[in-house]
Design a protein around this ligand. Structure first.
Ligand SMILES: [Fe+2]
Ligand SMILES: [Fe+2]
Length: 244
């Protein structure tokens, strides 16, 4: 859609966040299945419920503007959730995965906070007072969730996660490595610094970009974890829906 006015920007962003929330719903469910910490699981489940209400609230916002609720592909959230999926696959143990999941969810929350902040400001400028009230309520919920995630990470999850010091530096007691250990670290680092096949990265990125292109835009969701193999088929179904 051509964006000629603040109204057009407002509608586009509303559709973007509507799509992002629906993606978030499925992602949160998948993440909470992988979570070990009961506190984190409960936090994700609570926010899943909140998000279901947010989707309904957004539908009312569309209705208050005499519009049919509709999403438009949100590449930013697709990217954030793709990163979350990779992280969940790569985390070597449960506590590391929990700490990583918090960071991934917070990245999405921060995106949402930014979007709702913009929508509140634009809604005010456009005089959509009912919409502004709902959007502000949702933004506050995202901010509270972000805050709770920070507290949980700082108080419980980060201290519980393996710091990795034992493997590399031999400095698990908090002291600096000895001369012998320092030399060993230096050797190990030198090995890791060996040139890598830079073209392999370029090729891989190009393939990923192609895959994204094929997926196109739709109102589908990114699958995390096990369901990944079916992803491009699902995401492709609504290709070309964005219009007007
Ligand atoms: Fe949300
Ligand atoms: Fe959220």
């Amino acid at each position: 859609m051509a964006m000629k006015s603040l109204h057009d920007l407002f509608v586009h962003t509303l559709r973007d966040i509507y799509h992002a929330e629906k993606q978030g719903l499925k992602a949160m469910r998948q993440m909470s299945r992988k979570v070990t910490s009961p506190e984190l699981k409960s936090l994700l489940e609570t926010h899943h419920e909140e998000t279901e209400h947010q989707v309904e609230e957004l539908e009312h916002v569309f209705e208050s503007l005499s519009m049919r609720p509709r999403g438009t592909n949100c590449e930013a959230v697709h990217g954030l959730l793709e990163e979350a999926r990779e992280l969940m696959e790569e985390a070597a143990d449960d506590r590391t995965r929990d700490a990583g999941i918090v960071a991934a969810v917070q990245a999405v929350e921060h995106y949402e906070i930014a979007r709702y902040g913009t929508l509140v400001a634009w809604g005010e400028a456009l005089g959509h007072s009912d919409a502004v009230e709902a959007l502000r309520r949702i933004r506050d919920q995202e901010m509270a969730t972000d805050q709770k995630l920070s507290e949980l990470a700082e108080d419980t999850l980060n201290p519980a996660a393996d710091t990795g010091e034992g493997e590399d530096g031999g400095a698990t007691d908090g002291t600096a490595p000895t001369q012998v250990e320092a030399e060993a670290i230096e050797e190990e680092t030198a090995e890791q610094d060996e040139p890598v096949d830079a073209m392999a990265d370029v090729k891989e990125n190009a393939e990923l970009a192609d895959a994204e292109q094929e997926d196109g835009e739709d109102e589908g969701v990114v699958d995390l974890g096990e369901e990944r193999s079916g992803r491009s088929g699902k995401r492709g179904k609504g290709r070309g829906k964005r219009a007007a």
